[in-house]
Design a binder for this molecule. Structure first.
Ligand code: RB5
Length: 157
């Protein structure tokens, strides 16, 4: 599939916890309406789960290249972003407004979008996903910065 500026040959992988399964369903429908391939790794209902398990599944897939792009949603987005950014090569952006979403693509080449289902409404969330998909990475000077980011890896024991 093509986003217009980038070939995406892998499904967009999406995961959430119990706080966000309803918003995830809305976003999955939106992506499918755009004829984008989606890999939905759950959760699918209100039963309490650990966001870290779902964040790890999505971040592992993006870090390995199995999926080029991922979306993670929990109540605030905080837990999911903390998990995802522990994975080398993952650039997860927690956003609740469009300026940051656009910048996360243009300057940071974000490969995971993180949303807080208890922070923003469905319509805004869908709009942010749309902006995230439509905005290309600018490359240039930002590429060197990403290389430095990748070289840092994960520090500490
Ligand atoms: C679940 O209650 C909540 O803690 C979780 O969705 C998320 O907000 C964690 O960061």
């Amino acid at each position: 599939m093509s986003l217009g500026y980038e070939e995406i040959n892998t499904p967009i992988i999406i995961g959430c916890d119990h706080a966000a399964y309803q918003l995830k369903a809305v976003i999955v429908d939106f992506l499918k309406d755009l004829s984008l391939e989606v890999e939905d790794v759950g959760t699918h209902g209100p039963a309490s789960v650990n966001y870290a398990d779902y964040g790890k599944t999505v971040a592992t897939a993006v870090a390995s290249g199995k999926n080029q792009r991922g979306i993670l949603i929990c109540g605030t987005g905080l837990g999911m972003s903390m998990v995802a950014n522990r994975f080398k090569g993952v650039r997860a952006a927690l956003c609740s407004e469009s300026f940051s979403v656009r910048m996360s693509r243009q300057h940071n080449d974000s490969n995971i979008l993180v949303l807080g289902a208890r922070v923003i409404g469905d319509a805004l969330a869908v709009d942010l996903v749309k902006t995230w998909l439509e905005t290309p990475f600018e490359g240039g000077r930002h590429l060197d910065r990403l290389k430095t980011l990748d070289a840092i890896g994960c520090q500490g024991a």
